[in-house]
Design a binder for this molecule. Structure first.
Ligand code: SAM
Length: 171
């Protein structure tokens, strides 16, 4: 195989004819994620795969995203939520499939995860406490990323990005 490295600007012009604001097919919801850097990383992944981001409408999340927003005015659509469980219930009632990314019994291993065929919300957990148990019990599907190392889990932004790429059909 012969490959020639492309400049990022040229790649963007050739492969992406339109930017997205809200396509309404994938929302990543780091509703419990605390660290600013993880929220900024997830915002970039949303842009890359054409997903939206949903976060609580609190001063912490607003400041973290303002700080971590390296995309500036071209950033993806952000859904600001009030109550976490209430917002998830609303999405479910509106026909969205709810998927949690979490280490759990009965979870789908990432290599077996199919691309999303219907509008899907992807929940991510807190860096120390994960997704609350009562939320995991109610989701349509839980996805676990297999690991062989000594660590017990991945960084949450890495985990969310891997799952989003898969659901978007890009990996
Ligand atoms: C650092 S982990 C939290 C670990 C926490 N000690 C626990 O026991 O739940 C933060 C979040 O990243 C995601 N995550 C990290 N590694 C994962 C994996 N291997 N499979 C699925 N989700 C993972 C989950 O959303 C998790 O809630």
């Amino acid at each position: 195989m012969t490959a020639t490295k492309s400049r990022a600007r040229d790649l963007r012009r050739h492969r992406r004819s339109r930017t997205h604001s809200c396509w309404g097919h994938l929302i990543i919801a780091p509703l419990w994620v605390a660290y600013d850097a993880n929220l900024g990383t997830l915002l970039r992944t949303c842009d890359a795969v054409g997903a939206c981001l949903a976060v609580p409408a609190t001063a912490h999340y607003r400041a973290a995203l303002a700080q971590g927003d390296t995309l500036r005015r071209r950033r993806p659509c952000i859904h600001w939520t009030r109550s976490k469980a209430g917002w998830i219930d609303e999405q479910r009632a509106a026909g969205w499939r709810i998927v949690a990314v979490e280490l759990a019994e009965g979870a789908t291993p990432l290599p077996r995860l199919a691309p999303a065929r219907e509008p899907t919300v992807v929940l991510l957990g807190h860096e120390h406490h994960g997704v609350p148990d009562e939320i995991v019990e109610e989701v349509d599907e839980c996805v676990e990323i297999p690991m062989v190392g000594v660590g017990s889990s991945l960084n949450v932004a890495v985990a969310g990005s891997l799952v989003l790429y898969r659901l978007a059909g890009l990996a």
